[in-house]
Every structure is written in C-alpha cells, then in structure tokens.
Design a protein around this ligand. Structure first.
Ligand code: 9WN
Length: 441
C-alpha cells in the first residue's frame, strides 16, 4: 500500500474524507463547508456528488436531486440553494429569489460541471450493480432533460450571439470570485449605494486572517451587482442591459464544452440521438470560442470585457481553459508544457507540483489570498479528470499523486498556500473531501 508523504495511509485519508462529508450533510444537502458556507453551492454539489458516489450512490443522487429541485423555469441552475442556516451573508433576504419549487436561491449561476457528476454517479452505480445500478440509470435517464435545459439556457441567455463564449455578470458566477481575471471589470463597477456598511460580513469570522478573503471594497462591488440584478428582477435580457459587469468567461465556456460532450455521451446511451447531436454542436461552438481567445504570445486563453472590448491578459488558472475543452492538439501540448513547467506546477518554490490559481511570477500574485494565488484541490481534480480522459495520463496522474500528498494533512482545506502547504479558508470543505474520495476509491 502506498503511503502519502505526510504519513497518512490512503484508508485513513478516505475514512476522514467520508467523515467530513457525513458531518456536512444536513439531510437534503451537503453544505459546501460547515460554517463558512452553510448551504448548497451549484458546482460544489457536483464535486460533492462525485465523492459521495464512492460511498453511497443514493446519497449522491439525492445531492443532485436537491440542486435540480431548485432549477429555475428558464433552465438556470442557481449558484446557491439556501438551507435553513442564517449564517451566510449575503443570504436569501438579500437575493430575494425563489425557484418554482419554492426553494430559496441566489439569482446567478456557476460553471456547468454537473454532467461530469451524472457520469461519475452512473459509473459508480454500474460498478456496484443491483439497486445502485438501477437507481443511477433511472436518475441519469429521468433527469437528462433537466441538464439539457441547463445547457440550453447557457447557450441562449449567456451566449445570445453564438460566439461560443459564455458571458457572466458577477465574479461569483465564475467560481473564481476575486481572481485577477476580474480586476479590470471590477474597476469599472462603481457602487451607487454602500450596501456593506451596517451589514455583517460573516465570512471573516471563519478564516484565520482577513487576507485570505476578498476586501470590503470588493464586497461592496459584489453587493452592488446583486442589487442591480435584483432590480432587473433577474430577467436575462434586462440584466444584460443594466448590469455593470459583463465579461466573457473563457474557463466557464471550456467547462460548457467539456460538459456538453459528456452529456452528449449520456444522450447516446439513452437513445436521445438528436439531443446528443445538439449537445455536440454546442460543445464544438464553445470549444471554438475558447480557442479564439488564445494569446499567440503567452499561449493562454483570455476573458473579454464586453462593455469596453478590453482583453484581459493576466496569467491565471483560467488561461488553461483549452486543457478542458481541447480541439487543438498543438496548443494543448504547448499548454501542458507551460502548465508543468517552472512558471506553474513546476515552479521551484512550490511545496506540491499543483497549479496555483494565479502564476507565482505575476505582480498581483498573493499566495494566501483566495483566487489570487492559492491552490484549490477541486480544481486539481477537474484538471486531473479531464486530462486523463483526453489521454494525457502522466500529467493527470501527477496531479492525483501531488493532490493526495497535499491532502495528507487531513485539514481538507478550501485552498492551500502553495509554498508552505498550509490549509487556508474554511476547514472541512466538502468538495475537498469529495475529490480525495474519488482519487482514493
Ligand atoms: C461565493 C462555495 C463557494 C465556491 C466558489 C468560491 C466561494 C462564495 C463566497 O465559495 O464563493 O459564491 O462566499 O466566497 O469562490 O468557487 O463555489 O465553496
């Protein structure tokens, strides 16, 4: 049996991970983290289901069912489905949004990784056989149209001109909230109201130092955008016309390409030929969109500010979007060399050879601050899974072994300081535990 560097044997790591997920389970949903995030987050739920599938297929199905239960009539899957806890700001009162089912939700979305979770749950059910296989197959077939509606909504509401690039209206939609990718866009967001003073930022109570989280100035902008979208009644067209933040998100677009291909494969299995073709066409559209943004000089994919036309040239993990969507073998090879080279995973000062969220050589790099430098275990898993699937086995397996070494401290941190390996943000983060389980079992 292999023992990870920190001395934690895989069975102990897996048992601890399962224990974390069990502890964060409040019945119908697994909170993204016990105190900092006491609700269900859309893309977290997908990774959580992937982890849960290794220990309980029914519980994994339940997690995705809860998310689908909050789907909007438009097809959008909201980025937060609120549970009963009052401890998160901005909570349901600030968002003022309700799904047709009555579930209280946020009014924005997150990257569409969910088809990958459906695939993994189905695979786990089939591996187990019996009731698990029946449940997983029924679930995947019965919910296919719901996931399809989600992808169709993205393609129409968020890429209305068909350029193959999804547009976002808040950094939260990218899942990489304060990444330097969004600095330029946020510089143009000038809050007309101070929506923070007099309110309590609960997030700062759950980290060891405030530097690990976005600043108050950033939060004022975050809240202003929520206010603008709420004023527009979360109407897709009205939001596009009024919101101060309109960026194409190249990483989310690459996720859409990848997940549309995965969903198309599921469609094939369930005899949904025309829908599968439609999804492949979508995947091709997003793949081409992503490739169209690549900088010839850096080799990284770039976001665009739709309000100004400015192209964002900062070296963040988002630039590696083509590793998810593929479509150009020479570019992918170039990106893999960059990714594993001394500016990224192979940087000599890193504790583990894993991608920092922002390149260590960049002036705005900040190794303790959220999406400005730390490494994120779920991201390592997503890249691992995609690279493995695309046949880049060596790079994928390196992410897995380095990712497991990082998690050997049993903290299950939200993110990690790249040089010291210190766990930062929330402890006992669900998607961190989930990816450890998938890697181990
Ligand atoms: C806002 C739950 C979420 C993740 C995001 C991560 C962080 C929320 C926050 O936590 O965002 O959505 O309050 O900071 O950036 O990727 O889904 O884990």
């Amino acid at each position: 049996m292999t023992v990870v560097e920190t001395g934690t044997a895989p069975p102990a790591l897996a048992a601890n991970a399962a224990y974390i997920l069990r502890g964060n389970d409040i019945g119908t949903l697994t909170t993204a983290a016990p105190r900092l995030y006491p609700h269900l987050w859309s893309w977290d739920a997908a990774f959580v289901a992937i982890g849960l599938a290794t220990v309980s297929v029914p519980r994994a199905v339940a997690e995705l069912t809860t998310l689908l239960g909050a789907q909007w009539a438009s097809g959008m899957l909201p980025h937060i489905v609120f549970g009963p806890d009052e401890g998160y700001f901005p909570g349901p009162d600030v968002w003022g949004a309700t799904a047709p089912s009555g579930a209280r939700t946020s009014g924005i979305c997150q990257p569409p990784v969910h088809a990958i979770a459906v695939r993994r749950v189905l695979d786990a059910g089939r591996r187990n056989g019996g009731a698990d296989r029946d449940l997983a197959e029924r679930f995947a077939a019965d919910t296919f149209d719901r996931w399809l509606a989600w992808h169709r909504w993205l393609a129409t509401a968020r890429d209305p001109d068909g350029r193959g690039l999804l547009e976002i209206h808040h950094g939260w939609e990218s899942g990489m909230d304060n990444s330097p990718r969004w600095d330029l866009a946020y510089a143009g967001v000038r809050p007309g109201l101070d929506l923070l003073t007099g309110r309590e930022r609960r997030d700062l109570q759950h980290v060891t130092d405030a530097r690990q989280r976005p600043t108050d100035g950033e939060y004022r902008r975050y809240l202003w955008l929520v206010h603008q979208m709420k004023e527009a009644r979360y109407d897709d067209v009205a939001v596009r016309e009024t919101v101060d933040f309109r960026m194409t998100d190249v990483f989310m677009s690459a996720v859409a390409a990848l997940a549309s291909d995965v969903l198309a494969e599921l469609g094939d299995e369930f005899g949904r030929r025309s829908e599968a073709d439609e999804l492949r066409t979508l995947a091709d559209r997003f793949r081409a969109g992503v490739l169209s943004t690549v900088s010839p000089s850096t080799g990284l994919a770039r976001d665009v500010d739709l309000r100004t036309g400015a192209v964002v040239d900062v070296p963040t993990i988002g630039g590696f979007a083509p590793l998810l969507s593929g479509g150009d073998a020479a570019l992918v090879r170039r990106q893999l060399d960059l990714f594993t080279g001394p500016h990224w995973c192979g940087h000599p000062d890193l504790r583990y050879a894993l991608p920092p969220s922002t390149a260590p050589g960049y002036a705005g790099y900040s190794p303790r601050t959220y999406w400005r430098g730390p490494q994120w275990p779920f991201m390592n898993w997503l890249l691992y899974w995609t690279l493995y699937r695309a046949g880049h086995r060596d790079e994928a397996l390196s992410l897995r072994s380095e990712g497991l070494r990082q998690l050997g401290d049993l903290a299950f941190g939200e993110y990690y300081e790249p040089h010291t390996g210190e766990a930062l943000g929330s402890a006992h983060q669900s998607w961190t535990a989930a990816v450890a389980l998938d890697w181990l079992i």
